[in-house]
Design a protein around this ligand. Structure first.
Ligand code: ADP
Ligand code: MG
Length: 547
């Protein structure tokens, strides 16, 4: 993954013969960013000294002044991007500037001299050159050429050659898949196997572009043209495919339609700009701002198509084309301002690799066949995926002998055949499960019996406890009765004041028995209480035989 800001360059168009130069200076610092200073002279004609700013400074990756030739521009701007695209990253180069500032000259080139070839033909030449040199991969190259005018897309590579107007060209529409990837319906992808074929396609597109343009609608200044080179590469025998694309974009003129104060006197910001460029500006502003979650890509077709190039998976470069004559100084300044904002945007280019499923299947099938062949070679036997009935019966026999063999060192040898080994394991598992069954049943039965007997013992215990409690109650009652009897006997003794040997004996025996029966209920006291109860009068509620 490569994360970097959009690289922004400036190119100053040579002045025309009758043009008056604006005041500007270029400071190309080799080590850091270059700077461009534009001076706006004070308007003395106004008759008073105003405080308007005079000097405007802008930073660029590099500035190409009037004398810079096409090859230098290509080497510095396009070649590094083309190299990334060859390595599997997406790339975009777009030219932004007012009409007549040299966008088309920079992107496509001038027709007069061969040396005026622009970025597209030079890039095609460079890419095919590199592809030819690299014999380690298989490359496929396609090109497409899209023109967007008034929010409508047109396929400039329509091979019918019948188009005389833009609207006769096939219309291209945008489709978005669930993953929010943009697909262009009706845009033809023409294969180009060499530089010549690709250049012919570029020529076809440019011809369609020119034919469709009429002086009345000036389509070229209001439309955007996107020439795209699609490269896919694959190492022989590998299922991994790298796909990358390079967009070379010639944008519509950035001039503001309604201007006040032409001629560099009063600088006013735009009143109106080509609508889709306005949307591009909104996207750039949103991307440059931190913490913006919504980026309005969908507002125009151009921003939708360039979505990945702006704030996405792409190495993007912008060329600000400047027409530096005095009349256009304000437009040049607004182009530079736009460029400064673009320079803040960070993109993350990732390697576009994918696995081709059909290639993967072919590869795996081949590998399986090779392994099968190897197996035949080693075992000397051809194998099918299933075991035959005969083989299965043989295995059953082997397992049986193995299980019956009491020798602890006995082995089950089925040979180095996974199918047979698996079968044996399954068979043994089944046997084990079956043999476990009776044991399980017994265990279950035993458990239920144990539960039943436990229940019975519990009930018995409960009954005995109840009985014991009942006995205790009876003893308590008897003890109370005895106490009362004793008291009464003592009272009688005092009253009579006479003692007889028989009554003393009775009293003594009563005392002895009372003391004994007052101790806590135990098996011995229970016995004595019973003996005693038989000798005294029994109350009605104790009449039941206690056993
Ligand atoms: P744009 O596409 O921005 O409207 P063009 O590329 O058509 O502008 O340029 C307008 C004119 O200026 C064309 O005739 C073109 O050949 C010429 N021109 C632009 N840039 C240069 C340059 N760097 N060197 C020579 N001529 C140029
Ligand atoms: Mg142009």
């Amino acid at each position: 993954m490569v994360k970097e800001t959009i690289r922004v360059y400036a190119r100053v168009k040579p002045l025309g013969r009758r043009q008056q130069a604006g005041i500007y200076s270029v400071d190309n610092d080799e080590k850091s960013l270059s700077s461009l200073e534009i001076i706006v002279p004070r308007d003395l004609a106004d008759g008073f000294v105003n405080n308007k700013q005079e000097s405007y400074k802008f930073k660029f990756q590099r500035i190409f002044d009037q004398e810079a030739k096409q090859d230098v521009v290509f080497d510095n701007i396009a070649k590094p991007v083309a190299e990334c695209v060859l390595a599997g990253y997406n790339g975009t180069i777009f030219a932004y500037g007012q009409t007549g500032s040299g966008k088309t000259f920079t992107i496509t080139g001038g027709a007069e001299r061969y040396s005026d070839r622009g970025i597209i033909p030079r890039t095609l030449s460079y890419i095919f050159d590199q592809l030819q040199k690299d014999g380690s991969k298989v490359y496929t190259t396609h090109v497409s050429y899209l023109e967007i005018y008034n929010e409508c897309g047109y396929d400039l590579l329509d091979p019918r050659h019948e188009a005389s107007r833009l609207k006769d060209l096939p219309k291209v529409t945008i489709m978005e898949d669930p993953d929010q990837n943009i697909h262009l319906k009706n845009l033809s992808l023409q294969q180009a196997t060499n530089e010549e074929e690709a250049l012919n396609l570029l020529f076809l597109g440019d011809t369609n572009r020119m034919i469709a343009e009429t002086p009345m609608n000036q389509a070229s200044s209001r439309s955007h043209c996107i020439f795209t080179i699609h490269i896919s590469s694959k190492e022989p025998g590998s299922a991994t495919i790298r796909r990358s694309k390079l967009h070379l974009v010639d944008l519509a003129g950035s001039e503001r339609v309604a201007k006040t104060g032409v001629g560099g006197h009063i600088l006013t910001e735009a009143k109106y700009i080509n609508l889709s460029l306005h949307h591009l500006e909104q996207v750039i502003i949103a991307l440059a701002e931190k913490n913006r979650s919504h980026i309005p890509y969908r507002n125009s077709m151009m921003t939708s198509v360039l979505r990945d190039s702006l704030g996405g998976n792409c190495m993007t470069t912008m060329i600000a084309t400047l027409s530096i004559d005095r009349r256009n100084i304000d437009e040049s300044i607004s182009t530079c301002r736009f460029a400064q904002r673009v320079a803040l945007i960070k993109n993350e280019a990732v390697l576009n690799e994918e696995i081709d499923p059909t290639l993967m299947i072919i590869k795996l099938k081949k590998e399986i066949q090779e392994l099968k062949d190897e197996l035949v070679l080693v075992t000397g036997k051809e194998r099918t995926s299933e075991l035959s009935q005969e083989e299965l019966l043989k295995l059953d026999e082997l397992i049986e002998t193995f299980l019956e063999d009491n020798d602890p060192d006995s082995t089950l040898d089925v040979g180095a055949d996974m199918r047979k080994i698996k079968y044996c394991f399954i068979h043994l598992k089944q046997l084990m499960n079956d043999s476990k069954m009776p044991d399980k049943k017994l265990l279950l039965q035993h458990n239920s019996e144990e539960k039943d007997s436990n229940k019975e013992v519990g009930e018995e215990l409960k009954k005995l406890k109840e009985l014991l409690q009942q006995r205790d109650n009876e003893i308590n009652i008897l003890v109370n009765m005895l106490k009362k009897e004793k008291k009464r006997a003592q009272e009688g003794l005092f009253q009579l004041n006479a003692a007889s040997a028989g009554s003393t004996v009775l009293e003594q025996s009563l005392c002895v028995n009372l003391e004994e029966s007052q101790s806590p209920a135990s098996s011995s006291s229970l016995k004595e209480a019973k003996d005693f109860s038989s000798s005294v009068h029994r109350p009605p509620f104790l009449s039941r035989q206690t056993g």
